[in-house]
Design a protein around this ligand. Structure first.
Ligand code: NAD
Ligand code: ZN
Length: 245
C-alpha cells in the first residue's frame, strides 16, 4: 500500500492535500472527536457551543478563557505530516494545502500555499474599527482588560477564526474548490469529515487517486482509491524520508 502511494506521488505533479485536526494531534494539539479529543474532556459546555458566534458575543470573557486554555498551543511544532507537505510543494508535486485547522503549523513547516478554511489563531481584528493584532498583543491586552481584549477604540478584539454559526470566507472556499477540481491526486487526512461545508469539498475531486488516511472510519472510506485506516505518523514518516532524499 505504501509503495502504491509513493508511486502515485512520483507520477503526480498536481497533488492537493485536504486535512483536519488529526494532522496536528501528533504535534500535541488535541482534535475534537477522538477519545482524547476536546469533546471527551468533560467540559460543562460543549466546545462547539463555546466556540460559536453567539457565545463569543454574549460571554466574551468565558470564550477567551476556554480559547486560551484549549485552542492555543505555544509549544506545538510542525510534525512529519506538515514537513512532508512543505517538501512535496518545494519539489513541485503539491499545489495546495487546504486545512480546517487554525493552528498555523503548515506555514511554520514552510508550506506556501495554505488555504485556511476556518481562519487562524495567529491573527485578530477589532470588531469595530477592523484594526489587526497578533496573538502576543491580544494576550497582553486581555490581561489588562479583565479577560476581554479590547482595541484602543474600545471595540472587542476577535480571533480571525470562523466560529460555529459563521460562514466560511467565500473566496477561500472557491479557491479550495478550484484546486480540488483540478487535482490529479487528492490526499485527505486527519479529518472526521463531518463538519460542513468543509467536508463536502471532497465531492469536487474528479480524479481516480483519492487517498484517505485517518485513524478512525469516515463516511468517505468507500470512495477512497487508497485507504489507510491508520495514524498519520507510520504512513508519512517513510514518505518524508523518501521524498527528502
Ligand atoms: P475532528 O476532531 O472532527 O476529527 C479528527 C479526525 O482525525 C478523527 O477522525 C480522528 O480519528 C483523526 N485523527 C486523530 N489523530 C490522528 C492521527 N494522528 N492520524 C490520523 N488520523 C487522526 O476534526 P476535524 O474533522 O478537523 O473537524 C473539527 C473542527 O475543529 C475543525 O473545523 C477545526 O477547525 C477545529 N479544530 C482545529 C484544531 C487545530 O487547529 N489543530 C484542533 C481541534 C479542532
Ligand atoms: Zn478598534
Amino acid at each position: 500500500m505504501l509503495n502504491q502511494l509513493i508511486k502515485w506521488i512520483e507520477q503526480s505533479d498536481n497533488i492537493v492535500f485536504f486535512g483536519g485536526a488529526g494532522v496536528s494531534t501528533e504535534s500535541g494539539i488535541p482534535d475534537f472527536r477522538s477519545a482524547t479529543g476536546l469533546y471527551q474532556m468533560g467540559n460543562r459546555i460543549p466546545p462547539e457551543m463555546i466556540l460559536s458566534h453567539d457565545f463569543f458575543n454574549q460571554h466574551t470573557a468565558q470564550f477567551y478563557q476556554f480559547y486560551f486554555e484549549h485552542m492555543i498551543y505555544d509549544d506545538a511544532g510542525a510534525n512529519a505530516t506538515h514537513l512532508l507537505l512543505a517538501q512535496l510543494e518545494k519539489i513541485g508535486k503539491l499545489k495546495a494545502v487546504i486545512t480546517q485547522n487554525i493552528d498555523g503549523l503548515h506555514q511554520l513547516a514552510g508550506s506556501q500555499k495554505v488555504l485556511e478554511l476556518h481562519g487562524s489563531t495567529t491573527s485578530y481584528y477589532c470588531t469595530d474599527c477592523q484594526a489587526s493584532f497578533d496573538l502576543p498583543t491580544v494576550r497582553q491586552v486581555a490581561q489588562k482588560t479583565a479577560g476581554v481584549p479590547r482595541c484602543q477604540c474600545g471595540g472587542k478584539i476577535k480571533p480571525n477564526v470562523v466560529l460555529y454559526g459563521e460562514s466560511l470566507d467565500g473566496a477561500v472556499l472557491n479557491e479550495a474548490v478550484q484546486y480540488i477540481s483540478a487535482a490529479d491526486m487528492l490526499i485527505v487526512a486527519g479529518t472526521s469529515l463531518v463538519v460542513y461545508p468543509a467536508a463536502g469539498l471532497v465531492d469536487y475531486y474528479r480524479g481516480d487517486k483519492l487517498v484517505l488516511i485517518n485513524a478512525s472510519k469516515t463516511s468517505y472510506d468507500r470512495r477512497a482509491d487508497l485507504l489507510f485506516n491508520s495514524k498519520l505518523g507510520p504512513v508519512v514518516e517513510p514518505l518524508l524520508a523518501h521524498f527528502s532524499a
